[in-house]
Design a protein around this ligand. Sequence first.
Ligand SMILES: Cc1ncc(COP(=O)(O)O)c(C=O)c1O
Length: 296
Amino acid sequence: MPLRINIDGRILPANRARIPVLDRGFLYGDSVYEVLRTYGGRLFAEPQHLRRLEHSAAALAIDLPSRAWLRRQIRRTMAAAREAESYVRVIVTRGVGPLTLDPTSARRPCTVIVAKALESFPAAAYRRGIRVHIPAIRRNAREALDPAVKSGNYLNSVLALGAARRAGCDDALMLDERGRVTEATSANVFAVLRGTLCTPPLDAGILEGVTRGLVLRLAAADGLRCAERHLRPADLLRASEVLLTSTLREVMPVVGIDRGVVADGRPGPVARRLRGLLAAHAGMRPRAAAPGRRKG
Ligand SMILES: Cc1ncc(COP(=O)(O)O)c(C=O)c1O
């Protein structure tokens, strides 16, 4: 089934969807966005994603449409795409303006919603784990372009991922200017250290991942000790497990960091357990779809 794109309430196939060249999202990355997914055909953690979109938009002083309108349009777009499991991207740009950086020059934000089939990560990545590269490029400083704001300007991550690919790795783990671990290019990072599930605190300069929050909650409820603490690359190399979390990856084990090997180089039981807990949580929500429609 084809991808469907909703522009300000008008739903179009991908080959007919157009954004003006003078849209500031195109010119400057002057936009905010969220990526949501479904489980069993139902949107997962929608309130958390829309809340974060509101937080990002407020930080950039971009006016958002109402939450009710966004919810309605997301559903319309998903219905038009008619996928069993959907990937949904919501983008709000500051809109069209003259060729000036001045953000007050654009007055009408533009909302774009993309709905398409959800593509799962290869099963082998979960079975074998992935390798990450620590690139020379540092994570944007909070004082420069706060990673807690999910803006359309992802060049920092794009460059880091490019470096990771050139190094033959699957993703990049970015450090801050003091050499502390922040996050991957589009995922949060955890390490199991002496039996404690550790992840950098929000003041490390990271996106407050929806999955990160949920994993912390599910792990604690499962009896695992959790801590938000600053981590250095050496901590990850002496960890018994390292893992990434995101809406699309869920819980992904990391088995190598550049030339270093994490523990015995194989995914460990905590990553497996957390992925299972997350799947159970997603599948057990009160209004989950009828059995049979759910994947994996
Ligand atoms: C930079 C960054 N960190 C972390 C995440 C994970 O966030 P979530 O769990 O809400 O998908 C993302 C998701 O896109 C991201 O872009």
